[in-house]
Design a protein around this ligand. Structure first.
Ligand SMILES: NC(=O)c1ccc[n+]([C@@H]2O[C@H](COP(=O)([O-])OP(=O)(O)OC[C@H]3O[C@@H](n4cnc5c(N)ncnc54)[C@H](O)[C@@H]3O)[C@@H](O)[C@H]2O)c1
Length: 253
């Protein structure tokens, strides 16, 4: 096993495709997805079936776990039948396979209910009157979780399960509360001026997680670009893994 062996679950999706394209020069990338695309070479397996995915985890150093239905409005039954078992099985397969670190694609929807409160409610509506972005109190990963639906609850489960796998088995788990990563890589609605994560900043963040010392055992980071109106704190990611986002959604204003 060498440190550069990476397994990406959900590799046939949007984020998986971006990471595959940008990381392949540096890392030995293997992918797993229930969908195979014509242009990628993936193990076709369903992460809800533990036995079927276990072989893919052998000899892997780091897993980037993206497999999930990503829509914030995903109904409860799909979260219960797909997202939660998928996350749990990936952690278990990683443990059984001797993986050292799992980078879990969590979501900003773990704390989405803060957006009902002022000033976040105004910012996501694009109403900035009377607000100074430098004075907006940032939501940090130390603050209580406030999921905004079944999807956010499922991601909160993943963070809790990750914490258990670290505490109980020593598997390093880094959870990324990804903001808005769209195909266009730019803001499409007012909220995105706060929440955008550009493709380049995504790649920077994931690389920092892959390269971080194994002593960074468990942590949770917001994945957001350096947007003027951002209201999530990325300071702990700078401190723990050296992540410094470089893009700003205002470039598209
Ligand atoms: N794109 C965003 O803005 C965003 C924001 C926050 C979190 N996330 C998370 O990041 C991850 C990737 O998101 P994305 O936007 O690339 O979504 P996507 O739908 O484009 O990709 C997800 C991939 O996971 C696969 N998948 C789903 N369930 C599976 C299963 N049971 N077995 C095997 N494969 C399965 C799908 O086939 C798909 O290829 C997801 O976990 C999502 O919840 C995304």
């Amino acid at each position: 096993m060498s440190d550069n062996h990476i397994l990406i679950t959900g590799i046939s999706g949007l984020i998986g495709g971006i990471l595959h394209q940008h990381l392949s020069d540096v890392y030995s990338i293997k992918g797993l997805d229930r969908l195979s695309l014509p242009d990628n070479n993936v193990v076709v397996a369903d992460t809800t079936n533990l036995d079927s995915i276990r072989p893919a985890f052998e000899g892997v150093h780091t897993v980037v776990d993206l497999a999930a239905v990503p829509d914030a409005h995903t109904p409860r039954d799909v979260i219960l039948s797909n997202n939660i078992p998928s996350t749990y099985n990936v952690l278990e397969a990683a443990r059984l396979g001797g993986v050292k670190r799992v980078i879990f694609a969590s979501s900003n929807h773990v704390t989405g209910m803060y957006e009902n409160d002022y000033p976040y409610s105004a910012i996501v509506a694009g109403e900035y009157q009377g607000l100074d972005p430098a004075l907006i109190p940032k939501i940090s990963t130390d603050m209580p979780i406030r999921p905004d639906g079944a999807y956010g609850i499922g991601k909160a489960f993943g963070e809790a399960a990750g914490r258990f796998y670290y505490d109980n088995y020593g598997l390093s788990v880094l959870c990324l509360r990804i903001g808005t990563l769209n195909r266009e890589g730019r803001p499409l609605i007012p909220r995105h001026f706060a929440t955008l994560l550009t493709h380049d900043d995504l790649v920077r963040l994931v690389c920092c997680c892959i390269e971080a010392s194994i002593n960074v055992g468990f942590d949770v980071f917001y994945g957001v670009s350096s947007n003027t109106w951002r209201f999530w704190d990325t300071g702990n990611a700078l401190e723990a893994i050296g992540f410094r986002p470089e893009d700003n959604a205002e470039a598209w204003r």
